[in-house]
Write a protein that binds this ligand. Structure first.
Ligand SMILES: [Zn+2]
Length: 452
C-alpha cells in the first residue's frame, strides 16, 4: 500500500505547492496566537517582531525557540495561579470551549496538558490521526485492541481517529497487567493491535502460558507501535513480524502534531509525514547543542521544532519538544510517498557529546541490538561526569549472550566497536557482564550508569 496524505487536497499538490499551502495557514495561526495569548504576545515582543513579519517557512525557521517542556510547565503554574485552570498561558481558545484533554505521564515534573483540543481541533486532527490506521486497512468492521496507560493520557486522542474511520477501539489500560490484556485479546478477537514495542515484545513470551496459544494464533492483520524507538531496529521488526505473523507499523504524533506512520515493507523507511497541513515540524530542525537552525535536506539530523498551522485550543509555536530526528526529503524508496519522512534518533536531553560529535544512546542501543543473540541488547553507558560531555573513550557495559564462550568475547567487542565507529564516529571501550545482570529498560529509557 502506497502511503498518501490524510487531507485529500494535498494528494494533488507538488511539494512546492504544499509549502505554499502551509504558508497560507501560518500567518492566520500566528496572528490568532498573538491576539489571544499573553505568553505568545510576550514572545513576539521579546524578539521585536509582529506575527505579520513571519510570512514564509524560511522566516519561521529563523525565529528562536519559544517554548520547551519547562516553559510549558511554567505557563501551567502561572495559569493555575492566575486563571484557575491547568492549560497554561499559551491556551488560545476560551477554556469553556475545550472539548478533549490529554496529558503526559509527568514522570519528570507536573503533567502538561499538551493534548488539549476544541471540538474543531478534534474534527481536524482525528482525520490525520485515524488515517494512519486506515491507510493500513483498519476501517469499518475492524476491532483495534488499543493497550496504553489510559485515562487521560496522550494516546486518548488517537481513539477518536480510529473511530472516525469506522473501526472499533477496544481500549485496555496497560496497568491492568499482561494476563488481562491477553485474555481480552483472546476474547474480543481484534483485527489489529496498538501498543508500545516493548509491550508487543513482552507479550510474545507470555501468551502461551496465559491463553494457551501463541500471539500468532490471534491472527492479527497488523500491529501498530508507538511511544518508543521500535521497528527502526531491524532485528526487532523481524522478531515481532515473525512472532505475530503480520506486518508491524510505527506511528507517531507528539503533542498531537507531526502526525506520521511507516509504510508496508520488509525494511523500514521511516515515519511518513501524512499531515503536513497541520504543523511545520518536519521543516524546522535545530542543532540540540548550538540551537542554530539545521538546513532541511535529505538525511538532516536535528531537534524537531513544532509550529501549529491550524489549532484552536493550545496551538504550539516554535516548540522544541525534545525529539531528535533524521529527516528524509527524497521520495520513499518503497512506496514512492513524495512527502517528508523521518527516523527517531533520540531525545535532546539524553544527547552526549564525544569530541564534538553528537551521540544518542538510542542510536548506540540500535547498533548493539544488531548483534543479538551474541549480546542480550541490554547495555549501560558509564558516565564519569555529568552529561552531555564525555571524555573519550566512552565506557560501554554490555550483557553477553548466554551462548557466547569466553574466548569469543574479545573478538565480539572489536566487531561492535568497529560498527560504532563506522556509524557513529565513536570508539568506546566495552566491558562485559553476565546476561540478566542489568535491569531491563524500555527503548525510551536512557541507559546511563553514573560513576560520578
Ligand atoms: Zn513508504
Amino acid at each position: 500500500m502506497k502511503a498518501y496524505y490524510a487531507n485529500p487536497e494535498l494528494n494533488t499538490l507538488s511539494q512546492e505547492e504544499i509549502r505554499i499551502f502551509q504558508e497560507k495557514r501560518l500567518a492566520p495561526q500566528l496572528a490568532y496566537c498573538y491576539e489571544r495569548s499573553a505568553f505568545y504576545r510576550r514572545k513576539f515582543d521579546e524578539i521585536g517582531l509582529k506575527p505579520q513579519d513571519v510570512k514564509t517557512l524560511e522566516d519561521l525557521r529563523a525565529l528562536p525557540v519559544f517554548m520547551r517542556k519547562d516553559d510549558e510547565r511554567k505557563n501551567i503554574l502561572e495559569s493555575l495561579e492566575k486563571e484557575n485552570h491547568t492549560f497554561g498561558t499559551h491556551v488560545c481558545a476560551p477554556v469553556e470551549d475545550i472539548y478533549l484533554t490529554g496529558t503526559t505521564s509527568g514522570t519528570t515534573g507536573i503533567p502538561t496538558f499538551s493534548y488539549t483540543f476544541t471540538k474543531n481541533d478534534v474534527e481536524l486532527f482525528s482525520q490525520g490521526l485515524g488515517h494512519r490506521f486506515h491507510l493500513h486497512g483498519a476501517g469499518k468492521g475492524d476491532r483495534v485492541l488499543f493497550i496504553f496507560a489510559l485515562g487521560i493520557y496522550a494516546t486518548t486522542m488517537t481513539l477518536w481517529g480510529i473511530r472516525r474511520f469506522g473501526a472499533l477501539p477496544i481500549d485496555i489500560d496497560a496497568r491492568a497487567g499482561s494476563e488481562f490484556m491477553l485474555r481480552m485479546a483472546d476474547q474480543t478477537k481484534p483485527h489489529y493491535m496498538a501498543c508500545t514495542p516493548s509491550l508487543a515484545e513482552y507479550l510474545i513470551g507470555k501468551s502461551a502460558d496465559v491463553i494457551g496459544k501463541s500471539v500468532r494464533d490471534l491472527k492479527l492483520k497488523g500491529v501498530f507501535l508507538t511511544g518508543e524507538i521500535g521497528i527502526s531496529i531491524p532485528e526487532l521488526k523481524s522478531k515481532l513480524e515473525s512472532a505475530y505473523g503480520c506486518r508491524t507499523y510505527d506511528y507517531w504524533a507528539p503533542a498531537g502534531h507531526s502526525i506520521a506512520v511507516s509504510c508496508d515493507a520488509d525494511d523500514y523507511y521511516g515515519l511518513h509525514s501524512v499531515s503536513p497541513d497541520l504543523c511545520t515540524s518536519f521543516d524546522d530542525l535545530i542543532d540540540p547543542d548550538t540551537k542554530k537552525p539545521v538546513k532541511i535536506e535529505d538525511g538532516a539530523i536535528g531537534e524537531m521544532v513544532i509550529t501549529s498551522l491550524k489549532r484552536e485550543a493550545c496551538p504550539l509555536i516554535k516548540y522544541a519538544y525534545g525529539d531528535v530526528v533524521q529527516v528524509f526529503t527524497s521520495p520513499c524508496p518503497n512506496c514512492g510517498f513524495p512527502g517528508k519522512r523521518l527516523k527517531l534518533i533520540g531525545r535532546s536531553d539524553d544527547m552526549l557529546i564525544v569530541k564534538g560529535v553528537n551521540v544518542y544512546p538510542a542510536a548506540i542501543k540500535e547498533i548493539v541490538a544488531g548483534f543479538t543473540p551474541r549480546v542480550t541488547g541490554e547495555m549501560r553507558i558509564v558516565l564519569d561526569q555529568a552529561p552531555p560531555r564525555v571524555v573519550p573513550p566512552m565506557k560501554l557495559k554490555l550483557e553477553r549472550g548466554s551462548s557466547v564462550r569466553d574466548p569469543e568475547l574479545k573478538g565480539l567487542a572489536a566487531e561492535i566497536e568497529k560498527a560504532l565507529h563506522e556509524r557513529l564516529k565513536i570508539r568506546p571501550v566495552i566491558t562485559w557482564v553476565e546476561p540478566g545482570t542489568l535491569e531491563k529498560t524500555t527503548r525510551k529509557t536512557p541507559v546511563f550508569e553514573k560513576a560520578y
